[in-house]
Ligand binder design. Sequence first.
Ligand code: PLP
Length: 442
Amino acid sequence: MTKSNLPGPKARAMIERDHKVISPSYPRGYPFVMDHGKGSEVWDVDGNRFLDFMGGIAVVSTGYSHPKVVKAIQEQAEKFIHISSDFYHENWIRLAEKLDEIAPFKEDALSFMTNSGTEAVETAIKLARYHTKRTNFIGFTGAFHGRTMGAVTFTASKAKYHGGFYPLMNGVTHAPFPNPYRPVLERRKGEDYGEAVVRYIEEEILAQILPPKDVAGILVETIQGEGGYIVPPDGFYPALRKLCDKHGILMILDEVQSGMGRTGKWWAIEHFGVEPDIITSAKGIASGMPLGACVARKSVMDWEIGTHGNTYGGNPISCAASLATIDLIEKEFMQNAKEVGEYAMDALEEIKARHPSIGEVRGKGLMIGVEFVKDRESKEPAHDLTERVVELGYESGLLMLSCGKSVIRIAPPLAITKSEMDEGLKLFEEAVTVAEKEGGRL
Ligand code: PLP
């Protein structure tokens, strides 16, 4: 069902108006102009239907406009839209109680609500400094934590995010993210690659550059998102936890993309059997209403009244949407993410067997990355082919997003059905076939 002449006339006209008044800094993948959505389907302003494999960048966890989320938003809007974080309201408290219940550590949890992922990360950075009375941090290459000054300092997936914005925040040293497909460090006998990275941090960074007594926290995306949907080896988090404990360093996990049931568990760290000190959440937490949270152990979130705050924190509509979202994830969609995710991984392995341009398929639940390479031996990233697959997908009715150098991320709504997944994977494979042919690969 290739759609000729995309974007259509209405979309073209709107894009023209957009370009006159909206910041040119937004990276738009392709000219999709939304009209409405339902579940995992979206329609553009010219009436074209698309299946969505990107969920508004891994946000619309319950699908577009789930009736229960819409109802919660409507009911709350009729009662009150705003009161400010200087006062109290029940849905904010209920949400924090729920986050306490599902936080990936045994200790009680306290939450600070934010308006976005980057603000949740900013909160975590400030809290770590305040609590430890230390100033420095370790982050990772390939990371994406947001665009505000603190978070963007840790972000290391594209140099363009830093260019023109110096000086950034002081005190951040980057270590290589443990990417088992593209290791850059030597492994010792008996060590997995995650353990090798932690040894590098200990021996090369903490021993030679940055004294551990000055390190407040290590900030890491549990599964790296924008950097390429990379799942670290099993040994990484246990070794990192040990290192943090040894030196009194806080383990801060950014679960803005990997959390809220996307990987088939509430938090991706639950796949690794380790308890962090602070986690950040956003994206899927409220099905698209702007909301984030910095969730910390009670003993860590010990800042005094007035030290940190915001006007919209705990926004009533966002909290209502989040409570409805979390309920749906808990009752149906987390299990669906696990089942449809495993189903998709198996199908993608079969697709990989038919397509030499696919170097690796990886992921957990519905956080799946497909990495394209020029050849499997050299693993040279096939950037142009990847972007062409995204473009061909759009032209045939499938919305996808790339990440890393040559990875397509499959991050649909957690509500996606197996038959929708089949439909999407068929379009995906057709796009790969055409892109390979064009590039002389078949
Ligand atoms: N952290 C991670 C892991 C993300 O993927 C993102 C956004 O993509 C952010 C933080 C920043 O979130 P926001 O765009 O809501 O500020």
